[in-house]
Write a protein that binds this ligand. Structure first.
Ligand code: C2E
Ligand code: CA
Ligand code: CA
Ligand code: CA
Length: 275
């Protein structure tokens, strides 16, 4: 059959309806995911000292949807941010991560991603304080990872919240460094405790001289600001060696360890001890 313009439009309308419906269903499910126990947190190791010792873990959110199975954070966190559901979800992750880390060895810290939207709610410092006191986790073992979009809107109140959180003794890391806006002015405006080099630079260091130069420059920046630099997304021995050669102090990536629900149990298991 020949398609006329009208038929196409009707078909298009129907597709749009289906998309909108699917989207509404996702939003609905997201709002109930905590109460239904569908969310969980996995932890990926962060290594330091010639990349030989694990000094912490990054908490990464996972959603096991009853019908759709595992949904990746990149597919649902932007939606959660748009509908504001990231506020209770982010708070849940924070509590969960603090509770887990409180049972880890005392020299191991936990890093939690905090969405820019969470900074637009005025009680973030109080939420962090409560998560610490309820879990018993010492503040210096908690690190919050933020991206530069946190500074785009309500810059003044975002800076104020960051200072309050830092005053608790919690460290602040700048995530995805190099991909955002006006990176250098943000470094000047707020004293970060750590910078994470985005994995897109790490992915191309071995075959792209420009990427390697950028990584080198960020490591140099960290040295002069006295801020540890973390290279994320390290997948190969070659990348690991190049980062060591460049003097990168910390790293993270599949090469060192994948995210796992119970990192200490997983380690024990891989060493072959019974449990
Ligand atoms: P991110 O904060 O930059 O986290 C690093 C991402 O890189 C994670 O993806 C991690 O699993 C992945 N990754 C780690 N090592 C490697 C590697 O060697 N190679 C590659 N290709 N990837 C690696 P994931 O877990 O899918 O999370 C994606 C993003 O979702 C995160 O990026 C973060 O922006 C967001 N996210 C995850 N959990 C949370 C959360 O609890 N709250 C908020 N607000 N955002 C979260
Ligand atoms: Ca992160
Ligand atoms: Ca990152
Ligand atoms: Ca990211």
């Amino acid at each position: 059959a020949k398609n006329n313009g009208k038929g196409n439009a009707a078909f298009f309308d129907q597709e749009m309806d289906e998309l909108a419906q699917e989207r509404r269903a996702l939003e609905h499910d997201l709002r109930h995911a905590i109460a239904r126990g569908e969310l969980y947190v996995v932890y990926q190791p962060l290594v330091a000292t010639a990349f030989a010792s694990v000094i912490g873990y990054e908490a990464l959110l996972r959603w096991n949807h009853p019908e759709r199975g595992e949904i990746a954070p990149d597919d649902f966190i932007p939606v959660a941010e748009e509908i504001g559901a990231i506020v209770p979800i982010g708070e849940w992750v924070l509590r969960e991560a603090c509770r887990a880390a409180a049972s880890w060895p005392k020299n191991v810290s936990v890093a939690v991603n905090v969405s820019t939207i969470q900074f637009q709610v005025p009680n973030l410092p109080a939420v962090v304080r409560d998560a610490l006191s309820q879990s018993g986790l010492e503040a210096h073992r908690l690190e919050l990872e933020i991206t530069e979009t946190a500074f785009l809107r309500n810059r003044h109140s975002a800076l104020k919240a960051l200072h309050e959180i830092r005053a608790l003794g919690v460290r602040i890391a700048m995530d995805d460094f190099g991909t955002g806006y006006s990176s250098l002015s943000n470094l000047k405006a707020f004293p970060f405790d750590k910078i994470k080099i985005d994995k897109s630079f790490v992915a191309s260091i071995s075959d792209d001289e420009a990427a390697r130069s950028i990584v080198r420059a960020i490591i140099g920046l960290g040295r002069s600001f006295n801020m540890p630099i973390v290279a994320e997304g390290v997948e190969t021995q070659e990348q690991r060696q190049m980062l060591l050669d460049e003097g990168c102090p910390q790293a993270q990536g599949y090469y060192f360890g994948r995210p796992a629900a119970d990192p200490f149990q997983a380690e024990e298991w891989s060493l072959g001890s019974p449990h």
